[in-house]
Design a protein around this ligand. Structure first.
Ligand SMILES: [Zn+2]
Length: 193
């Protein structure tokens, strides 16, 4: 069986497992969603939002891109934020980066890669704002992990600076924003801000 075929087999097994625990699981799920959390994370395959936080389908609204970046002109992330804040009325927004992030590393090394350079530009801007702090790091690993943290903090600030969040905040309906970093080596999450 190919890995591709295995995915469909896994799906059937998962459906059976869910139905054995709750015969109405999918019927109820199909009625609608009321997730309390919007997750903005990296596309990295090693940080699956639902798995690392142990939530079930329907509990988390998820947006992922390379290096968990919130860009004020990105209609994709703005639409997700709009829907999460104004329709789903989520209580929390979590920006979750991860140590050893390839996207952040690409921004740190600052060597031309290709199209993605334009996306990484946003992280290079974060790097530029914190040059002195990054220069104090004892080695490249510490520098990368520092920039991962600074990037999460910058994206939390970017969410706060959207008109979407500020309008919700004016109505005292804004979700609380948290910045997290996932550690690939331990599986554990660190609360940053
Ligand atoms: Zn990453």
């Amino acid at each position: 069986m190919t890995f591709y075929q295995q995915l469909l087999e896994n799906n059937k097994a998962w459906v059976e497992e869910k139905l054995s625990q709750d015969a109405d699981f999918f019927e109820n799920l199909a009625k609608g969603q009321q997730p309390a959390v919007l997750w903005i994370g990296c596309s990295d395959s090693r940080v699956p939002a639902e798995k690392v936080t142990g939530v079930e389908p329907g509990e988390m609204f998820v947006h992922r891109n390379i290096a968990n970046v919130v860009v004020h002109t990105d209609m994709n992330v703005l639409s997700v934020l709009d829907y999460a804040i104004n329709v789903l009325k989520v209580k929390y927004i979590i920006v979750c980066g991860h140590y050893g992030c390839g996207g952040v590393q690409g921004a740190l090394l600052d060597k031309p890669i290709g199209l993605i350079d334009n996306w990484l530009r946003h992280i290079k801007d974060v790097k530029k704002r914190h040059e002195a702090e990054l220069a104090e790091c004892k080695d490249d690993t510490e520098r990368l992990n520092k920039l991962v943290e600074l990037n999460v903090q910058a994206q939390v600030a970017n969410i706060r600076n959207t008109s979407l969040w500020q309008d919700a905040n004016a109505n005292e309906e804004a979700p609380v924003i948290h910045g997290w970093v996932h550690n690939l080596k331990t599986g554990l999450i660190k609360e940053l801000c």
